[in-house]
Design a protein around this ligand. Sequence first.
Ligand SMILES: C[S@@+](CC[C@H](N)C(=O)[O-])C[C@H]1O[C@@H](n2cnc3c(N)ncnc32)[C@H](O)[C@@H]1O
Length: 251
Amino acid sequence: MSSKLAPVTIPERTSDFLNSLVVGEPGDWATGKGHIAYPTRAQVLEMSVAISRDVPGNIVEFGTWQGHSTRVIRDELWNARVWNPGRRKRIFACDSFEGLAEDYEHLKAGTFKTAVPRLTGVRIVKGYFDDTLTPELAKEVGTVSLAHLDADLYSSTVTALKWLTPLLRPGSLLLFDELLGEDPAEMRALTEWADETGTRLALIGLFGRHPSGRGDMTDRRGLFQVVGEEKVRTPPPLLPTRLRRKIASTW
Ligand SMILES: C[S@@+](CC[C@H](N)C(=O)[O-])C[C@H]1O[C@@H](n2cnc3c(N)ncnc32)[C@H](O)[C@@H]1O
């Protein structure tokens, strides 16, 4: 990654423009409830996996809980194998399974504590990021084509991003599950990290999602791509999902 590239920022005018496109008061997407078909978490995850198809490297998830998002990533990846023979990616799912270490928005510390889920085909990395995101794990993961950041907390997101830095390449994708919301913790972590490392990012998409906190402010998922000097390959077009699944089931 080049250090001369500018860090990511969402300038005031950009957010004004984005907000002018939505129903309701600026920053309030809840007014559009029932009038807007927000993309589901699964749709955004599937799209992110599809975009990352041709980007070399593995997939890492930070914040797995019971494995709902991990299964979507895995199933989409398995379906896409038809298009990527010889380019099999591994999935690493990192979580303490002890739940949140601190309060977050309306959620108390300990929320999301759960038994380790069974996730066939996924390498589960159990423990707090501070302990598990080691140089050894970095070696095992190699480069990262897609990181799904869904640990909610600022401190956890900072730890994940710092560890990820040397594993990212031009084209690597970063999906933040709750980039903006009542507590824009992930956005704070992202902007500080991009500033410190000089990582240049392109905003691929901001996706409205129902509020997970108690306020009326609809949250946003955010998908970014690392931009560097090297060119990235564009994935070939996909066939319709039903046809892909049919072919994949016989693969
Ligand atoms: C919102 S949940 C993840 C939800 C999951 N991605 C899904 O879609 O079902 C957040 C998870 O992050 C984990 N987590 C947060 N901070 C962590 C840390 N520092 N180390 C390990 N796990 C952490 C919690 O244990 C929790 O399971």
